[in-house]
Design a binder for this molecule. Sequence first.
Ligand code: ZN
Ligand code: ZN
Length: 657
Amino acid sequence: MIQNLIHDLSLFSSEKISSTPMNSTTYRTNAHSSPHPSTFFPELGKCRTMRDLKQVHAKLIKTGQIHDPLAAAQVLRICALSEPPHRDLVYARLVFDQMPQPNCFSWNTIIRALSESNNEEDPLEALILFSQMIQNQFVEPNCFTFPSALKACARTGRLEEGKQLHCMIVKYGLDSDEFVLSNLVRMYVMCGVMNDAQGLFVSSVEVENSEKRREVGNVVLWNVMVDGYIRLGDFKAARQLFDKMPQRSVVSWNSMISGYAQKGQFKEAIDLFWEMQMGDVCPNYVTLVSVLPAISRLGALDLGKWVHLYAEKSKIDIDGVLGSALVDMYSKCGSFEKAIQVFASLPQRNVITWNAVISGLAMHGQAKDALNYFARMEQAGVTPSDVTYIGVLSACSHAGLVHEGRSIFNQMVRVSGLEPRIEHYGCMVDLLGRAGLLGEAEELILNMPIKPDDVILKALLGACKMHGNVEMGEHIAKRLMEMAPRDSGSYVALSNMYASLGRWQDVAELRLKMKEMDIRKDPGCSWIELDGVIHEFLVEDSSHPRAEEIHIMLEEMSNQLSLVGYRPNTTQVFLNIDDEDKENALHYHSEKITVAFGLISTAPQTPLRIVKNLRVCHDCHASLKLFSRIYNRRITVRDRKRFHHFENGSCSCMEYW
Ligand code: ZN
Ligand code: ZN
């Protein structure tokens, strides 16, 4: 949901505003029109709200001064283009329609206001007015009219009208005006005609180069192109253009960073954010909202804290959106105390903020607190969304709260009237399955109106393994293999189930099948952030510069484990190999390598925060509990499903994961 918001923000990000500003003071003054009207009507210049304006407007009508075209134009400008909430387009339209002979300035004002309006029908209305304007013999469109008309085409996806505008622009000789040109290119980009946009862009850059105007360049135009490639999903082309930019504005950086973050290229997003710090462009609100999800996903707490501090220092408004992103970041980076602190300090909380804190608590296994916040949310009069229910239900499933989960699921359907999605069914199947209610879980899947996906079947398969129900497990695994024959997950789960029962013959057959079909396991991968740098380790990894020291540390760690009498649980190893080899294979799971690296790289007692792409295996879980006591460290592991806080020999998940 936050990603959607970022997307919306990038559409209206600040620099795009500076090319088509909302704020009248930064708007290019209309050189073709008369002197600024407030010079003649100082009272209008003082209007701050619609109420002020209506009073002055009434006075102008009474005294007949409204017949002065300058006065009417100024009234129109204030109600059409003031910052929201002080603009009133309905009123503006009334004022405009009553002008006997609106001048060019007034036509431009109303067309611009309609083209920028959030009301869906207004951009089309802007185009209708534009066509009336060109038929009007007293006015002619100019370099201020076309950008607004182009924007209306872009927003309504009207390519044909856009092309007609392009012809007119050439006819009027305005095709070299930077402001017109960048809006023209943006129109092609938004209508999905990247080739035409590219053609215009290349020829304009050639003109720039030949005129030696490179030192300035049209940053807006470059940004439009970068944004266009990102929209198309062509990150290579976007990045190439970005790297070549003669000058970059904050919008250039924001487009690239939020593009990477939305595409799931979190490391690239963060690297670029670092690079931005080296330059002379400062991150703004949009930058922070864009980079925070990437930080959350990678669990880079130090960087996240830095962003929070930066926002406070730079007096960036921590509103509902940025606040929710911070709450989400702190809880996903393992610091849910801080998440709650930020949550409590926010002046306004919307449904996204509540969702962030509830799903954060769920991930940390704080089910009771999650339910508490859910109750508080309802008391505060905020209506839970379907995302809220995913958070609460997964909290119940992480804590085995079967009774609460059932009643919340019913509340969602009966009271809120929300249609459960596959994710909600997934939480319920997970909850029932873990609690050993395999029959009820299976029945839920059979009776739901949606087709089961692999996630939900895997949840049930995991439960079958947990409770040793081989019959149901085999049946579900077969279904999964039919659904997604290339997915290693079902093979691995079934094989682990056979292995835990010592059915090595079945394990071997399954492995053979995987080999024949060339299906490989997802590689396990863990990472840790030290001083803002992410160190990543794969299973049995020896590529790190400090690999040798890490290896020595791993040996010492396994000695320590034997000293406290730990015997590895070898059933987790996929292969039917000798016990000693199995034990070795276990030592090199990526989370253990990461812990070893963390232990040798940080001062004693420093907590270690690790993120893992898969679920933690039983052996690693048991070992990590012991490591937390042996080395006196708090170790936090975020696996694919949830958080584990290991401290003094035990884990916060209470073996529920
Ligand atoms: Zn493991
Ligand atoms: Zn745990």
